[in-house]
Structure formats: structure tokens, C-alpha cells
Design a protein around this ligand. Sequence first.
Ligand SMILES: C[S@@+](CC[C@H](N)C(=O)[O-])C[C@H]1O[C@@H](n2cnc3c(N)ncnc32)[C@H](O)[C@@H]1O
Length: 272
Amino acid sequence: MNTKKDFTKAIGSLSLDKGDILEYLENSYNEIHGFLWDEATLCTVLLSQIQRKLSIGGDVAEIGLWYGKYFFLLSLLCREGEKATGVDSFVHAADPVEHERQFRQFLQDSVSGNKHVSVLKEDSQTLTPRDLDPDNEKKIRIFSVDGDHTCAGALHDLKLAAETICQGGVIILDDYYNPTCPGVTEAYFRFDVMYREYNLRPFAYIANKLFITHDSHAQQYYDLFFTELKNNEDIPFGQQALDFHENHNNLGIPIQLSGADILIVLLNTWPQ
Ligand SMILES: C[S@@+](CC[C@H](N)C(=O)[O-])C[C@H]1O[C@@H](n2cnc3c(N)ncnc32)[C@H](O)[C@@H]1O
């Protein structure tokens, strides 16, 4: 049975400068309501560490913030000169005014000195790439898509992400293959067929999130994630994931999506 302590210890074992992240995980992270599993949190920090190894720098962004649980983690992964942009329409909660107020309070509490963070109160369906990237710099290295869960909505946001990430940047699509949100899965497949020109493919499905990057980088991410799972004994689900893959390989059933090898980290429970 994995505990919160196991995950914090595993994140502590990664080689990032993670002072602020650990403080966040030990404090407000536990109070903020969110749709986020610790496996995904750990692998997002690991992703950032791998990007550092691959010299991929840049900004972070999320569409769909809710109370900010994942967005604050992304914001804390920013290094000097990098910025975090969040988008939410803040109209979906029962009390939208209170929702936004609480989000902004959590932001203040969780990301101290948050000058590098900007929050756009917008319907993402009205945004174009230039709203997120006015100078067409393509600097976003992690882009979380977790807003409108209809097929048309998620497809729009995936395209926005594809047009604004840097080479080797990663789109993290939440709720892919979640049976309660079939529109997201449909959007992924439509995106994959309609927009081959972006040269994107998945390399991991971790705790309800699909990780997608350019063809040029997918194998490297896949290999480096596996290396970390093999070498870092502190990762609580590492051995389970390795065994799962080994069993499938032994059976001659490669684990692939869109023709690409993907790492799978399963959850024991489905989101409610
Ligand atoms: C599942 S929640 C996001 C969860 C969040 N990422 C977390 O870590 O807890 C979805 C969010 O998307 C927002 N949303 C839904 N449709 C949207 C749209 N068209 N534009 C912007 N935000 C939207 C909702 O207001 C809600 O806060």
C-alpha cells in the first residue's frame, strides 16, 4: 500500500531543486480539492527533471485549473526566467465567485512570490495560439489539457497546445481513457488522425494522464522514464509498472498506442 509519505520521499529522491515543491506537497497540496493522483504528481516532477537532463527549457501552461492543485505544482517547477500560464473560465462551480476567490487564495498560499504566474479568466474555446504565445516563440515545455471535456472542446485545446509547445515539449492530456469522460478519448483519436503534421505521439499513460511529445523525443522520454523506474527504488509503483511491462513483453503483447511504445502506470481506483 503506497502512502503519502512514500510519494513525498520519492519526490525528495529526485535530483531537482525541489525545496518549494516539497513544501507545497507537505502543506496546501493536501487541502486543495483536485482531480489528481500522487502517481501523476510524482511523474510530472520526474518529467521536469528529465527535461532538464535533455536541456529542454521553457514555460508551463494549463487549461482547466479547478482549485489549482496541478497548476501550482507546474508553477513550482518553473526555473529562473520561465513562466506559468493558467486558463479557466471559472463558471463551472456551483458558486463561481467563491470558486475563483478560493483559487486565488490557494495561489497566494502555494506559490510564494508568484510573479511568474499569470491566470487568464477565459473560455479556452475562444483562444488562439497568439493569446498564449503572442510572439510565436513556441516556448511551452509542459502543457496540461484539462478544461472542456467534450470532444470538440478537448480537440480545440489539444490543437492549441500542439501549436505552442517547444520542440520536445510535452502535452499532458488528463482523463484520456477515463470512461466517465469519453469525449476526451474521442478527441485524442481525432487529433491523432487529423493533425499528423504536428508529429506528435504518446510515450506514457500515467494515472489518468496521457503524455504526448514530438516524434523526435518520444523514445528518449520513454527510455528515461524506464531507467528511473529501474534505478530509483524510492518510486512506490516502479516495480509494479516494470513487472506489468515485462509480463506483456513475455506474452508477446507490446504495449503501444498510435503505433508508439508507451509506459503504463495504472491506478487501483477510477476517479469518482
Ligand atoms: C477537471 S477540472 C480541472 C482539474 C485541475 N486540473 C486539477 O488539477 O484539479 C476542469 C476545469 O476546467 C474548467 N473549464 C471547463 N471548460 C472550460 C473552458 N471552455 N475554458 C476554460 N476552462 C474550462 C472548469 O472551470 C474546471 O475548473
